[in-house]
Design a binder for this molecule. Structure first.
Ligand code: URA
Length: 243
Protein backbone atom coordinates (compact mmCIF):
# COMPACT_ATOMS: atom_id res chain seq x y z
CA UNK A 1 0.00 0.00 0.00
CA UNK A 2 1.30 3.51 -0.84
CA UNK A 3 0.96 5.79 2.17
CA UNK A 4 1.67 9.48 2.71
CA UNK A 5 0.91 12.15 5.28
CA UNK A 6 -1.81 14.61 4.26
CA UNK A 7 0.39 17.72 4.73
CA UNK A 8 3.19 16.10 2.69
CA UNK A 9 0.79 15.32 -0.16
CA UNK A 10 -0.62 18.85 -0.19
CA UNK A 11 2.86 20.38 -0.06
CA UNK A 12 3.58 18.85 -3.46
CA UNK A 13 1.15 21.34 -5.01
CA UNK A 14 2.79 24.71 -4.57
CA UNK A 15 2.46 25.34 -0.83
CA UNK A 16 5.04 24.72 1.89
CA UNK A 17 4.56 21.92 4.38
CA UNK A 18 3.76 24.54 7.05
CA UNK A 19 1.18 26.24 4.84
CA UNK A 20 -0.31 22.83 4.02
CA UNK A 21 -0.67 22.09 7.73
CA UNK A 22 -2.38 25.45 8.26
CA UNK A 23 -4.82 24.79 5.41
CA UNK A 24 -5.74 21.45 6.96
CA UNK A 25 -6.20 23.01 10.41
CA UNK A 26 -8.44 25.65 8.81
CA UNK A 27 -10.69 22.85 7.53
CA UNK A 28 -9.90 23.42 3.84
CA UNK A 29 -8.96 19.78 3.07
CA UNK A 30 -11.24 16.77 3.00
CA UNK A 31 -10.56 13.04 2.82
CA UNK A 32 -13.29 10.82 1.43
CA UNK A 33 -15.81 13.63 1.87
CA UNK A 34 -14.97 14.29 5.54
CA UNK A 35 -13.22 17.51 6.57
CA UNK A 36 -9.71 16.59 7.73
CA UNK A 37 -8.29 18.28 10.84
CA UNK A 38 -5.03 16.42 11.37
CA UNK A 39 -2.16 17.45 9.01
CA UNK A 40 -0.34 14.26 10.01
CA UNK A 41 -3.20 12.00 8.96
CA UNK A 42 -1.79 9.09 6.96
CA UNK A 43 -3.47 8.54 3.60
CA UNK A 44 -3.78 5.41 1.53
CA UNK A 45 -2.82 6.91 -1.83
CA UNK A 46 -4.50 4.10 -3.76
CA UNK A 47 -7.86 4.40 -2.05
CA UNK A 48 -8.42 7.80 -0.43
CA UNK A 49 -10.04 10.70 -2.31
CA UNK A 50 -8.57 14.04 -1.23
CA UNK A 51 -9.82 17.55 -1.94
CA UNK A 52 -8.39 20.97 -1.16
CA UNK A 53 -10.81 23.90 -1.22
CA UNK A 54 -13.29 21.48 -2.78
CA UNK A 55 -11.03 20.61 -5.75
CA UNK A 56 -9.67 17.06 -6.17
CA UNK A 57 -5.99 16.55 -5.34
CA UNK A 58 -4.04 14.00 -7.37
CA UNK A 59 -2.87 11.08 -5.29
CA UNK A 60 -1.54 9.12 -8.28
CA UNK A 61 1.39 11.43 -9.10
CA UNK A 62 4.78 9.77 -8.96
CA UNK A 63 7.51 10.60 -6.47
CA UNK A 64 11.19 10.97 -7.38
CA UNK A 65 14.08 11.44 -5.01
CA UNK A 66 17.85 11.91 -5.32
CA UNK A 67 19.98 10.54 -2.54
CA UNK A 68 23.69 10.70 -1.77
CA UNK A 69 24.49 7.10 -0.94
CA UNK A 70 27.26 6.66 1.60
CA UNK A 71 29.56 3.64 1.57
CA UNK A 72 28.24 0.64 3.51
CA UNK A 73 24.59 1.12 2.54
CA UNK A 74 22.79 -1.32 0.23
CA UNK A 75 20.87 -0.15 -2.85
CA UNK A 76 17.85 -2.29 -2.02
CA UNK A 77 14.37 -1.67 -0.66
CA UNK A 78 14.68 -4.23 2.10
CA UNK A 79 17.38 -6.39 3.52
CA UNK A 80 17.28 -8.41 6.69
CA UNK A 81 20.96 -7.85 7.42
CA UNK A 82 22.09 -4.39 6.39
CA UNK A 83 21.05 -0.76 6.14
CA UNK A 84 19.39 0.12 2.82
CA UNK A 85 18.93 3.41 0.98
CA UNK A 86 15.26 3.38 2.06
CA UNK A 87 16.39 3.33 5.70
CA UNK A 88 17.98 6.75 5.06
CA UNK A 89 14.56 8.28 4.34
CA UNK A 90 12.10 9.45 7.00
CA UNK A 91 9.52 6.80 7.90
CA UNK A 92 6.71 8.47 5.95
CA UNK A 93 8.71 8.19 2.70
CA UNK A 94 9.40 4.47 3.09
CA UNK A 95 5.89 3.38 2.24
CA UNK A 96 5.13 5.37 -0.91
CA UNK A 97 6.52 2.67 -3.21
CA UNK A 98 9.92 4.13 -4.06
CA UNK A 99 12.46 1.88 -5.76
CA UNK A 100 16.05 2.59 -6.84
CA UNK A 101 17.00 3.27 -10.47
CA UNK A 102 19.76 0.68 -10.83
CA UNK A 103 22.12 -0.38 -8.10
CA UNK A 104 25.39 0.78 -6.67
CA UNK A 105 27.71 -1.65 -4.92
CA UNK A 106 27.74 -1.48 -1.13
CA UNK A 107 31.08 0.36 -1.13
CA UNK A 108 30.21 2.74 -4.02
CA UNK A 109 29.08 6.24 -3.05
CA UNK A 110 27.09 8.91 -4.87
CA UNK A 111 23.89 9.46 -6.76
CA UNK A 112 20.96 7.10 -6.37
CA UNK A 113 17.63 8.12 -7.89
CA UNK A 114 14.55 6.55 -6.34
CA UNK A 115 11.18 6.68 -8.08
CA UNK A 116 7.69 5.24 -7.76
CA UNK A 117 7.48 5.08 -11.58
CA UNK A 118 8.61 1.60 -12.57
CA UNK A 119 8.52 2.30 -16.30
CA UNK A 120 10.74 5.35 -15.88
CA UNK A 121 13.20 3.35 -13.77
CA UNK A 122 13.26 0.62 -16.39
CA UNK A 123 14.05 3.00 -19.25
CA UNK A 124 16.75 4.77 -17.27
CA UNK A 125 18.68 1.54 -16.75
CA UNK A 126 17.83 -0.29 -19.97
CA UNK A 127 20.85 -0.49 -22.32
CA UNK A 128 18.38 0.13 -25.15
CA UNK A 129 17.83 3.70 -23.93
CA UNK A 130 21.58 4.36 -23.50
CA UNK A 131 21.42 6.79 -20.60
CA UNK A 132 24.86 8.02 -19.55
CA UNK A 133 26.07 7.32 -16.03
CA UNK A 134 29.10 9.34 -14.94
CA UNK A 135 31.47 7.99 -12.30
CA UNK A 136 34.60 9.22 -10.59
CA UNK A 137 36.99 6.35 -9.96
CA UNK A 138 40.19 6.26 -7.95
CA UNK A 139 42.20 3.36 -9.32
CA UNK A 140 45.54 1.69 -8.76
CA UNK A 141 48.46 2.64 -11.00
CA UNK A 142 49.07 5.25 -13.67
CA UNK A 143 46.25 5.55 -16.23
CA UNK A 144 47.13 7.08 -19.61
CA UNK A 145 46.21 7.40 -23.27
CA UNK A 146 46.27 3.65 -23.89
CA UNK A 147 43.50 3.09 -21.33
CA UNK A 148 41.48 6.00 -22.76
CA UNK A 149 41.67 4.39 -26.21
CA UNK A 150 40.78 0.90 -24.95
CA UNK A 151 37.76 2.21 -23.04
CA UNK A 152 36.63 4.07 -26.19
CA UNK A 153 36.93 0.88 -28.23
CA UNK A 154 34.85 -1.18 -25.75
CA UNK A 155 36.50 -3.46 -23.19
CA UNK A 156 35.98 -7.20 -23.81
CA UNK A 157 35.00 -8.98 -20.56
CA UNK A 158 34.50 -12.72 -20.04
CA UNK A 159 30.76 -12.69 -20.75
CA UNK A 160 30.28 -9.61 -22.98
CA UNK A 161 32.04 -6.70 -24.65
CA UNK A 162 31.34 -3.34 -23.03
CA UNK A 163 29.97 -0.49 -25.07
CA UNK A 164 32.48 2.27 -25.78
CA UNK A 165 33.02 4.36 -22.65
CA UNK A 166 34.49 7.86 -22.27
CA UNK A 167 37.47 8.02 -19.95
CA UNK A 168 39.06 11.26 -18.80
CA UNK A 169 42.18 11.10 -16.66
CA UNK A 170 41.88 13.82 -14.04
CA UNK A 171 45.13 13.05 -12.24
CA UNK A 172 47.68 10.34 -13.00
CA UNK A 173 50.18 9.30 -10.33
CA UNK A 174 52.66 6.47 -10.00
CA UNK A 175 50.56 4.61 -7.41
CA UNK A 176 47.03 5.79 -8.18
CA UNK A 177 45.03 7.77 -10.71
CA UNK A 178 41.79 9.71 -10.54
CA UNK A 179 39.51 9.27 -13.54
CA UNK A 180 36.08 10.20 -14.81
CA UNK A 181 34.31 7.49 -16.77
CA UNK A 182 30.99 7.67 -18.58
CA UNK A 183 29.15 4.44 -19.41
CA UNK A 184 25.80 3.93 -21.10
CA UNK A 185 25.06 0.50 -19.64
CA UNK A 186 25.03 -0.76 -16.07
CA UNK A 187 25.92 -4.41 -15.81
CA UNK A 188 26.88 -5.90 -12.43
CA UNK A 189 30.20 -4.43 -11.17
CA UNK A 190 30.70 -3.02 -14.65
CA UNK A 191 33.03 -0.11 -13.93
CA UNK A 192 35.13 -2.16 -11.53
CA UNK A 193 35.36 -4.97 -14.08
CA UNK A 194 36.33 -2.57 -16.87
CA UNK A 195 39.18 -1.10 -14.84
CA UNK A 196 40.08 -4.60 -13.61
CA UNK A 197 40.47 -5.72 -17.24
CA UNK A 198 42.90 -2.83 -17.74
CA UNK A 199 44.88 -3.97 -14.66
CA UNK A 200 43.88 -0.88 -12.66
CA UNK A 201 41.77 -2.18 -9.76
CA UNK A 202 39.24 0.35 -8.46
CA UNK A 203 40.02 1.72 -5.00
CA UNK A 204 36.95 3.95 -4.69
CA UNK A 205 33.96 4.63 -6.94
CA UNK A 206 31.48 7.50 -6.84
CA UNK A 207 28.51 8.12 -9.16
CA UNK A 208 28.13 11.75 -10.20
CA UNK A 209 25.19 11.69 -12.57
CA UNK A 210 22.54 9.67 -14.35
CA UNK A 211 21.04 10.84 -17.66
CA UNK A 212 22.38 14.36 -17.09
CA UNK A 213 20.93 14.64 -13.56
CA UNK A 214 23.89 15.46 -11.31
CA UNK A 215 24.15 14.74 -7.62
CA UNK A 216 23.35 18.00 -5.81
CA UNK A 217 26.65 19.13 -4.21
CA UNK A 218 24.64 20.45 -1.25
CA UNK A 219 23.65 16.88 -0.34
CA UNK A 220 25.93 15.39 2.30
CA UNK A 221 26.41 11.60 2.25
CA UNK A 222 23.21 10.03 3.60
CA UNK A 223 20.99 12.99 2.72
CA UNK A 224 18.35 13.34 0.02
CA UNK A 225 15.81 15.63 -1.59
CA UNK A 226 12.92 15.41 -4.04
CA UNK A 227 13.85 16.03 -7.68
CA UNK A 228 13.06 19.53 -8.91
CA UNK A 229 10.46 20.07 -11.59
CA UNK A 230 13.22 20.59 -14.19
CA UNK A 231 14.98 17.38 -13.18
CA UNK A 232 11.73 15.42 -13.37
CA UNK A 233 10.92 16.90 -16.76
CA UNK A 234 14.38 15.97 -18.04
CA UNK A 235 14.06 12.33 -16.96
CA UNK A 236 10.67 12.01 -18.68
CA UNK A 237 11.97 13.76 -21.80
CA UNK A 238 15.05 11.55 -22.21
CA UNK A 239 12.98 8.39 -21.71
CA UNK A 240 10.21 9.66 -24.02
CA UNK A 241 7.54 9.05 -21.38
CA UNK A 242 4.61 11.18 -20.27
CA UNK A 243 4.88 12.52 -16.75
N1 URA B 1 30.02 -0.16 -11.55
C1 URA B 1 30.52 -0.85 -10.51
O1 URA B 1 31.44 -1.64 -10.67
N2 URA B 1 29.99 -0.65 -9.30
C2 URA B 1 29.00 0.22 -9.05
O2 URA B 1 28.57 0.36 -7.91
C3 URA B 1 28.48 0.94 -10.14
C4 URA B 1 29.01 0.74 -11.38
Amino acid sequence: MRRMRLDRLLSRFGVSRKEAAELVKAGRAAVNGQTARDPGMVLDLDADAVTLNGAPVRTDAHFHIMLHKPSGVLTATEDGRGQTVLDLLPREWRSVGLGPVGRLDKDTTGLVILTTDGQLAHRLISPRWEQDKRYIARVEGRVGEDEVRRMAEGIPLKDFTCRPARLVVIEAGEDESLCEVVVSEGKYHQVKRMFGALAHPVLALHRQSIAGIALDPALEPGSWRELTEDERARLYAVTELEE
